[in-house]
Design a protein around this ligand. Structure first.
Ligand SMILES: C[S@@+](CC[C@H](N)C(=O)[O-])C[C@H]1O[C@@H](n2cnc3c(N)ncnc32)[C@H](O)[C@@H]1O
Length: 235
């Protein structure tokens, strides 16, 4: 069984929400978000977003990645599945303060259990800690991809970005989740643009965006999304 199919096997262990997308402005094929059974928060990334992360990792041959906001590991699995296909010696870190919505350690327990079942343990490392204070303690490799999906409110996205950005390779990419007016993610994106990053956004239900500093980053974002929106995996 391929890694994406192994991740799909986990869906039976989760509750599905927004199965056809969050609002009418979403793309066809959007939706497919999940929560841990019995919990309403946190909510995972959606179906197209999951395929996009996997495809980005594959197209750019990314070997090192880091995520702020593990939740119960859903997005971590898709990133790590791409990395392990690129390089069995790759490194993916994911940090969570385990505070939002009272999920506590149940999210981490689920993430560890399914990382093992899917076969990602050799590359995927979960950390309990708070961004940005703990980022420098846990990030051990220059990063090809960083995914910011923690607390989206107030100044936290700017703090997340400021803490992560020194760890990124020059040709690395930043992926933002929940680029909506009500959140503080736009302020972090504005800070990144002042630092020389450019942004492309995609109309998924939680509005996802990719920041890049090289032409290859932009090309990868468009190629990865074109496949993801049709639910195609790039191997
Ligand atoms: C939307 S959820 C992440 C969902 C996950 N990325 C997925 O798609 O499966 C956001 C997570 O960020 C965590 N979080 C919030 N603020 C944080 C911080 N400052 N540092 C680390 N984690 C944080 C919360 O505990 C929560 O589990």
């Amino acid at each position: 069984m391929e890694l994406p199919e192994k991740i799909a096997a986990m869906h039976a262990d989760l509750d599905s929400i927004w199965p056809t997308g969050r609002n009418p402005e979403c793309l066809p094929n959007d939706g497919g978000h999940f929560t841990l059974k019995g919990y309403t928060r946190p909510v995972s990334i959606g179906r197209i977003e999951a395929f996009l992360l996997f495809n980005l990792v594959r197209v750019l041959n990314i070997r090192t990645a880091f995520e702020i906001g593990t939740g119960f590991g859903y997005s971590s699995f898709w990133i790590a599945a791409g990395v392990i296909e690129n390089d069995k010696g790759g490194w993916v870190g994911s940090i969570d303060s385990q505070q939002e919505g009272g999920l506590g350690v149940h999210g981490l327990d689920f993430a560890r259990r399914w990382s093992n079942i899917i076969g990602l343990d050799s590359v995927l490392h979960f950390f309990t800690g708070k961004s940005p204070d703990d980022l420098s303690h846990v990030i051990r490799e220059p990063l090809g991809l960083a995914f910011i999906d923690g607390n989206h409110y107030g100044e936290q996205p700017v703090l997340d970005y400021t803490g992560l950005q020194p760890h990124l390779l020059q040709d690395g990419i930043l992926v933002w989740h929940d680029i909506e007016k009500k959140y503080g993610v736009n302020a972090a994106i504005a800070a990144s643009i002042k630092d020389g990053w450019s942004l492309v956004t995609f109309p998924t239900s939680c509005r996802i965006g990719v920041s890049y500093r090289t032409l290859a980053g932009w090309q990868a974002a468009t190629e990865a999304f074109s496949a993801a929106r049709n639910l195609q995996i790039i191997h």
